[in-house]
Design a protein around this ligand. Structure first.
Ligand code: SF4
Length: 390
């Protein structure tokens, strides 16, 4: 039973789930911070690896990493006290309401089967392995960014705040043998199929050294994998673009360098560190180079929806796709501790327009794809690629 009018919508039942995800991302969800502490059944609670996405919560509150909204789709849980979208517990069931009216039951994500172990260096597996979305394990290595002490962080980023608060128990040290051990642990644990491994990094003071370090991490993972599965890397590009090949040789199968916004002036304003220490034009050059190294549409450029007008996003998408670079989207969320902590999220109309446009672009550029072959928390790429917004 759905009281909230999730129509008009063309995507049938899958589309209705995706539509609920759009609402949850645009408005956030309101619920008591300690609501999930009473649930006995284990579930995957948020690790706060690189962002303080929910307001006024700490890890002991056990806010879920994501919610399953139906038909394979998950959504981020962005706690926003004023949202008309509310969460309620009925026994162990989580119910979504809109302005007090029942919408649907949603499900908690399963706790990864490889959590609860202690690695050989004494670190807990749930602090060492960062699981993106619900089922994609990996590592967030070098969880720092010198743009913060230099006073030039990206304005939407809460990495520094998250690592001092809710995410403070997450790993800082990644010895290669422990990375290999953790890789074997998550691949050999009988739990869920692992479609891809996700490696993300903070921003190194020296971009070239950062890429060489990340290549060593990828090599350790790749060597430990049996059988081999895809490895995706999100990082800053090197100054010496020839070094991008090192990541490929190490075993990386796809790569993302995130421009975040396409409009040049907006980039300079919102990503002052990326502009000052790397530069807009060099980011474009790096993306073109990555596409040549990794092959058509295996290099990705990330955009944050809600920081520039739709026509700028579309111009960025066209530039990327014409250069055989895939795009990835992220719906802006105002993280606690970021410069944009009080900036409004984009409207549902804005996001639905971009879903429709990206849907048309996937048809036009049929080799373009989403990074992950599963639903992820704050992006609609997978749902759009599946056709939920047609
Ligand atoms: S480059 Fe920007 S998004 Fe990445 S960690 Fe630094 S401030 Fe955050």
């Amino acid at each position: 039973m759905i009281d909230y009018d999730l129509t008009p919508f063309l995507g049938g039942a899958k589309g209705t789930a995706a539509r609920l995800k759009v609402a949850a991302l645009c408005h956030g969800l309101s619920f008591p911070a300690d609501m999930f502490q009473s649930i006995k059944k284990p579930f995957y609670d948020n690790q706060y690896v690189y962002g303080r996405t929910s307001r006024n919560v700490v890890r002991s509150h056990r806010v879920p990493q994501a919610l399953r909204v139906g038909h394979g789709a998950i959504t981020a849980v962005l706690r926003r006290e004023m949202s008309p979208w509310t969460l309620h517990l009925q026994g162990n069931q989580v119910v979504v309401k809109h302005n007090g009216k029942y919408v649907r039951v949603v499900e908690l994500p399963d706790r990864p089967g490889y959590f609860g172990k202690v690695l050989s260096d004494g670190q807990r597996s749930e602090d060492f392995i960062a699981v993106a979305g619900e089922v994609t394990p990996g590592f967030f290595v070098y969880p720092e960014c010198h743009y913060f002490p230099d006073g030039k962080p990206c304005k939407f980023c809460s990495l520094k705040h998250a690592r001092k608060t809710a995410g403070k128990t997450m790993a800082h040290r990644f010895d290669l043998e422990v990375v290999a051990e953790a890789t074997r642990l998550f691949q050999q644990t009988k739990w869920k199929d692992i479609p891809i491994i996700s490696i993300a990094t903070g921003t190194f003071p020296d971009n070239d050294e950062g890429v060489m370090y990340t290549s060593c991490i990828v090599r350790a993972i790749h060597d430990a994998l049996d059988p081999k599965i895809p490895i995706h890397v999100l990082t800053m590009p090197p100054d010496n673009l020839d070094l991008i090949e090192e990541l490929y040789i190490a075993g990386t199968t796809s790569i993302a360098f995130n421009l975040e916004v396409f409009d040049r002036d907006t980039f300079i304003d919102i990503c002052p560190g990326k502009q000052h220490f790397y530069g807009y034009d060099k980011m474009l050059d790096a993306l073109i180079h990555a596409s040549e190294v990794f092959g058509p549409y295996n290099a990705f450029c990330g955009f944050v929806w809600g920081l520039e007008p739709i026509h700028s996003v579309v111009a960025g998408y066209e530039w990327c796709l014409d250069h055989r670079i895939s795009v990835s989207s992220n719906v802006f969320h105002s993280d606690q501790g970021s410069v944009f902590a009080k900036r409004p999220h984009p409207s549902e109309e804005f996001v639905l327009s971009l879903c429709s446009i990206q849907s048309d672009m996937y048809k036009q550029y049929s080799s373009a794809r989403s990074i992950f072959p599963v639903s992820m928390r704050s992006t609609l790429d997978w749902e759009i690629h599946r056709g939920d917004f047609r």
